[in-house]
Ligand binder design. Structure first.
Ligand code: ATP
Ligand code: MG
Length: 231
């Protein structure tokens, strides 16, 4: 089955999952997020936030329950179609050995250079691109050596903008960056949220404040689910 166009709704129906037998990491997760809304996913370390994100992309299948995107069970969707509709920004950004262009497009030659340059410019990476000896043809090292943490994060955002998915899952890095980079990232997140459904594993107060719904996980269960956090 194909996923509908545009922003996608997300629904977890009694999802229970464990990485190992007799060990549940998520227990009975139930929530629904309407298309275009932003969910802030909170909870202390080890509470199951990243696991929730991995299940959405079907890196693992839940032992019980179902996950629906656009009201379609993700098990009925071709894995390639599923992943092509979700922009996933993880805590560790994977830069592989290849050109800047290939790192951003994953070899999708239908994405032209003008668009890549425009996206980089909009993210505040215009000067960075201009400083590279061979521009988009510059080779990046595997692991992103030679890039600052902020640049690597902004490149991860550029990947999502070029993909233009109906759902963005953002596992925000918890490390603090310099104020100028923080500001660039904040602007990037704002633009990412427009017209898309977003699940943000949030560490920054600024991000949490933009969420329509807040879900607080505690030891793999929903401890709180509300419209806004009482701050
Ligand atoms: P953090 O805020 O530190 O990123 P998190 O809420 O994202 O934490 P998860 O990464 O989802 O937490 O981990 C939830 C639980 O599952 C933890 O107890 C963790 O040790 C365990 N876990 C995570 N990944 C694996 C794995 N690949 N194999 C086995 N257990 C895992
Ligand atoms: Mg995590």
């Amino acid at each position: 089955r194909l996923l509908p166009e545009g922003a996608l709704s997300v629904e977890f129906r009694s999802v229970t999952f464990g990485y190992e037998e007799d060990n549940t990491t998520l227990e009975g997760l139930n929530f629904r997020l309407e298309p275009g809304k932003v969910l802030g996913l909170l909870g202390r370390t080890g509470s199951g936030k990243s696991t929730t994100a991995r299940l959405l992309l079907r890196f693992y299948d839940p032992g019980e329950g179902a996950i629906l995107l656009g009201d379609t069970d993700i098990r009925e969707v071709h894995l390639h179609d599923l992943r092509s509709r979700i922009g996933f920004v993880t805590q560790n950004i994977e830069i592989f050995q290849g050109t800047v262009r290939d790192n951003l497009t994953f070899y999708d030659s239908s994405i032209d250079d003008t668009l890549i340059r425009q996206v980089l410019e909009e993210l505040g990476l215009g000067n960075w691109l201009a400083s590279l000896p061979k521009g988009l043809d510059t080779l990046l090292e595997s692991g992103g050596g030679g890039l600052s943490a902020g640049e690597a994060q902004l490149l991860a955002f550029a990947r999502v903008f070029l993909k233009n998915p109906g759902l963005v899952v953002l596992d925000e890095a918890s490390s603090r960056l310099d104020p100028a980079t923080e500001q660039l990232l904040e602007r990037a997140v704002n633009r990412l949220l427009k017209d898309r459904t977003c699940i943000i594993i949030a560490h920054r107060l600024s991000t949490i404040q933009r969420a329509d719904d807040i879900l607080m996980l505690d030891d793999g269960r929903i401890a709180e689910h509300g419209k806004r956090l009482a701050l």
